[in-house]
Design a protein around this ligand. Sequence first.
Ligand SMILES: Cc1ncc(COP(=O)(O)O)c(C=O)c1O
Length: 404
Amino acid sequence: MNWDSLFAERTKQMKRSTVREILKLTAKPEVISFAGGLPAPELFPVDRIREATDVVLAERGREVLQYSTSEGMPELRGLIAKRLAHGNFQIHPDNILITSGSQQAIDMLARIFLNEGDRVVVENPTYVGMMSSWKSYYPRFSAVPTDNDGMLVDELPTLLAEPHKVMYAIPTFQNPQGTTLVQSRRAQLARILVEHGLPFIEDDPYGELRYSGDKVPSVLQMEAEVRGATNADGNVIYCGTFSKILTPGLRIGWVAAAFPVIDKLVQVKQGADLHTSTLNQVITYEVARDEAFLDAHIAHLREVYRQRRDLMLQTMDEYFPAEVTWTRPEGGLFLMVTLPAHLDATDLLKQALTHDVAFVPGEGFYIGDAGKNTFRLNFSNSREERIVEGIKRLGGVLKAAVRG
Ligand SMILES: Cc1ncc(COP(=O)(O)O)c(C=O)c1O
């Protein structure tokens, strides 16, 4: 059978990433990999999740193994609504849909918004998982450049002279750069969104993982303020997840948005997977409803990840050559390194792998032909001694490359 001739047009854009193929080599235990985007598995609350699973199976086994509603478990939606509330800003549980990770929310949002050729605004660089999903719908990406304070919001009004369907960004501890959109730019962004009636997808998997600096309000909240409202019925579609604060394996994420958006997403969800795993929602609720436990767990994650970030930055300061620069994130899981313009990070990865150390070249995160001289480092998923050893090795590779 010639399968290739049978696959739909939209699959032509899909390919396995060459970098992912290279990174398969990092599975060897001797390789120190800063490549993945993984949380630290040694910090997963395994015992608490096992207890919760035992309780729900013992007490409500038949119910939690049954099909359930597409919107998601009401108690879990209520808990998420409560955690997103801030002062007067309140979210009704009807404005929340539970999804199979926030990745599914991103994918379903493309399905409900994008026609072929629609223009969408994104940051440059941006989340590769969004691009893999959205490319199948053939949108035209308008890329907003970024600096250490997040996207250059000043550039938006000129871009928006052309009609755009939707905007997607990760304003807090961005993947891949780790940078955060500062409050003044958030305020400006919120005003622009309201002025232009532009839907904004705020992807926020890392917001709770802050290690330093002052907390900034979500764009969801700031947009409500601009509207003079205290609800989530405006332009912002907020995607959240338990992946980075509990465990990604349960695949529990959510969308908070105006009801017509939730209603349309529910229709898509019914066709996609009927509903998010009942058992996993109930386990997540059973663990998260003990908010004192959840908050203490998140505080512990922050403490460990802060130490790992600090150690990585300190070691980079010591061992990386002066010609190389990098971001200094206040939270999240990543930082981004920029090499002198003539160096190619994919070539450098091949060198690095001969020294058993790995990272992700930045090129794949960029719209257009940029970012070849950048790479992303993850600091959450390596223990302290491996961070120091890996960064030392990488420093050696970088020095050799810079000196040509
Ligand atoms: C920016 C961003 N959005 C969404 C996701 C998807 O997360 P999940 O589907 O596990 O909630 C990730 C995962 O790394 C991410 O980095």
